[in-house]
Design a protein. Sequence first.
Length: 95
Amino acid sequence: MIRSSDGDFIQAFARRLGHCSIQEAELWAIWYGMRMASDQGIPKVLVETDCMEAVRLLEDDCQHANQFWELLYEIRNLKNTFQHCVRDIAFLEGS
């Protein structure tokens, strides 16, 4: 979901991913959200997730052997299109 800096709704998405891990689903959600923001010309983003493993994967300098390497590579490249991009871990109730 994309919200303005005031918290107003801008855009959301849903997509069928098929059978995948929680980490992979979170990484796809991050990629799709960043892609939507980039397509709309939004210059600054704050990416929030409650998946510590997804954050760890994005922060690590993982090698080609990682099963999510291509997706991580795409997210990192997409991050470079923004003036400012921050990742945050949102600890949600029930997570």
